[in-house]
Design a protein. Structure first.
Length: 338
């Protein structure tokens, strides 16, 4: 384990910036944390987490995939992929780091998504352990330890110091360049124990997944509570866009006068035209769309992915849904737990 003073963080970012672009959570004009490129004078936010997750770095909201040029009967396909630049994201919380276990299982299985894979290869994630978890946090429900996040490097922050530990080869290579002082882990262990005590007292500490998981489709699919739960859902898709694990997208094309550009953009299972096909739509009502989102995270995804749930308990949907509907209410109502 290595140590530095908090005051030396700018010097560290400057060192990393020689070889890679550094992003970190920074307060915007509304006092909300958003990932921002580091440059001299940019200060790390004190907020617990960012409004949007770091999913955007690896799976952007909109990206061009390829171009076509049509001349008479000839179609020329242009591969517009470029090698991503190296980048480092600092200040990532345990829940958001875990979201990559879910996203990787979607994008990196064969046929591998080369756009996503390219950014995963070039991105280094530096996580920071939580010390002030919020009342909307429930990462613990999904077996995530907020006091020991994964990522390429883990950082623990105390009053005046930062403690660094590398978890991967990429992380070790970066940490080796920083020339930090070696230290023992006593301060870190003390801080972990304090945070673990806070985690036990959070309002959602007792929320469990015991009534969900693979094999529960027959039991849960036709539950009458779906109707009441979904009644006030606006179908706005906010919950899916802020979610670090939602990964649905649409592929579209437009003609810019000089050729056709094929691009993809985030989509939402909460939208009425989601997965609409030539014959029509599989889910005609909001109750069906609403149920799909939660059944996918709590039953279908774990069924197909060795029991891993499609939620990391980040609490963003709890904070952002305009009608205060969220996965916790669904788990309590459908799963009958509190
Ligand atoms: S954010 Fe709330 S209202 Fe909007 S789609 Fe999600 S559950 Fe429905
Ligand atoms: S469903 Fe809600 S709490 Fe779970 S990962 Fe997505 S935004 Fe976070």
């Amino acid at each position: 384990m290595f140590k530095c003073s908090i005051d030396s963080l700018d010097k560290i970012f400057a060192e990393i910036s020689k070889n890679a672009t550094v992003y970190l959570p920074v307060d915007n004009d509304d006092g909300k944390a958003v990932y921002t490129k580091w440059e001299n004078g940019v200060k790390w936010s004190n907020e617990l987490n960012t409004v949007k997750s770091l999913k955007d770095f690896f799976f952007p909201q909109v990206e061009n995939l390829m171009e076509f040029k049509v001349e008479g009967k000839n179609i020329e396909i242009k591969d517009i992929r470029t090698e991503s630049e190296d980048f480092v994201v600092f200040g990532v919380r345990a829940c958001d780091v875990r979201s990559f276990d879910i996203l990787d299982r979607v994008f990196l299985v064969e046929p591998c998504d080369s756009y996503y894979a390219n950014r995963r290869e070039h991105g280094v994630i530096i996580s920071v352990a939580c010390t002030r978890p919020s009342e909307t946090c429930f990462c613990n429900t999904f077996g995530i330890d907020a006091t020991s996040p994964n990522g390429d490097i883990t950082v623990w922050k105390t009053e005046d110091a930062l403690y660094w530990n590398a978890n991967t080869e990429k992380g070790k290579a970066l940490l080796d360049k920083l020339n930090l002082d070696e230290c023992d882990d006593s301060a870190v262990n003390e801080q972990k124990a304090k945070t673990a005590e806070i985690m036990k007292r959070l309002p959602l500490a007792s929320l469990t997944t015991e009534n969900f998981g693979g094999g529960k489709t027959d039991e849960l699919f036709n539950r009458p509570e779906w109707k009441t739960l979904s009644e006030s859902c606006l179908g706005c898709g906010t919950c899916t866009f802020v979610c670090p694990t939602c990964q649905c997208y649409d592929i579209k094309e437009f003609n810019n006068g000089n050729g056709v550009i094929r691009f993809r953009c985030w989509d939402s299972c909460m939208y009425s035209d989601f997965t609409k096909m030539a014959h029509g739509n599989n889910r005609l009502s909001q109750v069906e769309r609403f149920r799909q989102r939660f059944m996918h995270k709590l039953v279908y995804y774990p069924e197909n992915n060795e029991g891993i749930f499609g939620c990391v308990g980040c609490g963003r949907c709890l904070a952002k849904c305009p009608i205060s509907m969220n996965i916790v209410k669904v788990m309590k109502t459908i799963g009958g737990n509190d």
